[in-house]
Design a protein around this ligand. Structure first.
Ligand code: TF8
Length: 337
């Protein structure tokens, strides 16, 4: 009896401590829709769950995140518009699909910009990453953190791509973004921009022959069911970005904003670890699922790289020479750090 009473007393004390903390802060009951494009069972879905749990915990249960995956709230581009208009509160999606809104985002689409995750983290989390993110504000979006989508690799159904010439005429789905369209045109493919939410069906019905995405996504979106060949190209590193509607953000208290930002940072740290661990073993999983994996010889990888460097000038012109240089300097610094 005594022990039981003590336990109850302790539980009550703990509970009031929790809500007490949240009450001392300016936090209201809030329901936040957080949309994303991949499946619940994906690196994106797992990190969305971590974000939701962290927000709930830090707000004493007052702020609730309803994470809605599989593009049920729309494609990246549709969700961005919903955030700008204030019809949806939050989302995570590709930076590449933001280029139509904020041209500076195209800097992250530069082929072979980063050699590894460490360089990407240093630049994206550093001052220039923040600067690019802050450009979204004048367009009605608040960026909180970058997550890792990852290094992109090529899959297709037409032929094993082992040299540059093999790209010729492959109908390749790309993101709705000019740098990606130009990159794959330069390599000889027939680049077709499509939202991710339409991709599986486009592959299945052979509307397109191929696509490019990180291993994690090829796995979680089951592209191995409709794609035979995978070529390890690592042609570009894609970030994801966690966004809030600026209209919504401006109506939040400082405490509420802090809850979201802190939770976003925790989710980012979790997401990068989780994504990298999955990517490390994904290639073996994809082989086991029946995909034929081709590595490029270093000579062929070099030819692709050279070819793609032709688009750097236009990226620099589009994002501005000074931002281009700032990012190059930040990468160089990360590389020697
Ligand atoms: C793509 C991207 C997607 C993301 C995701 C839906 O190919 O890599 O993974 O936009 O948020 O569209």
């Amino acid at each position: 009896m005594k022990i039981r009473q003590l336990t109850i007393a302790a539980a009550v004390a703990l509970a009031t401590l929790g809500t007490g903390l949240a009450q001392a802060q300016d936090i209201k009951n809030r329901l936040i829709r957080f949309g994303y494009g991949l499946n619940e069972v994906s690196n994106q879905g797992r990190a969305a769950k971590v974000f939701a749990d962290e927000v709930e915990k830090a707000s004493g249960g007052k702020m609730k995140i309803r994470a809605i995956g599989a593009a049920a709230l729309g494609s990246d581009v549709q969700m961005q518009q919903a955030l700008i208009g204030g019809a949806q509160e939050m989302m995570v999606g590709s930076t590449a699909t933001l280029v139509g809104i904020t041209k500076e985002m195209a800097i992250w689409d530069t082929p072979f910009l980063f050699n590894n995750g460490k360089e990407a983290d240093a630049v994206l989390d550093g001052p220039v990453g923040q600067k690019v993110m802050d450009k979204l504000q004048e367009k009605g979006l608040v960026g909180l953190v970058y997550w890792e989508n990852g290094f992109r690799n090529l899959t297709n159904n037409k032929r094993a791509v082992t040299k540059l010439e093999d790209m010729e005429g492959i109908k390749l789905r790309v993101m709705q973004n000019n740098v990606f369209i130009d990159s794959f045109k330069t390599l000889g493919a027939n680049a077709v921009p499509l939202p991710f939410s339409e991709l599986f069906t486009a592959l299945e019905t052979k509307t397109v022959d191929g696509q490019e995405n990180p291993y994690n996504t090829i796995l979680s979106s089951k592209f191995y069911e409709v794609q035979k060949y995978l070529t390890v190209t690592n042609h570009v590193y894609s970030p994801w970005i966690v966004l809030v509607s600026k209209k919504y953000w401006d109506g939040l208290s400082k405490d509420e904003q802090k809850v979201l930002l802190d939770a976003a940072k925790k989710s980012r740290d979790f997401e990068r670890k989780d994504t990298r661990a999955e990517a490390d073993k994904a290639l073996a999983d994809l082989r086991a699922k029946g995909m034929q994996v081709n590595e490029l010889s270093s000579a062929e990888a070099g030819r692709m790289r050279d070819k793609l460097s032709a688009i750097n000038t236009s990226i620099a012109a589009n994002v501005g020479e000074s931002l281009w240089k700032e990012v190059q300097d930040a990468v160089a610094q990360a590389r020697t750090a």
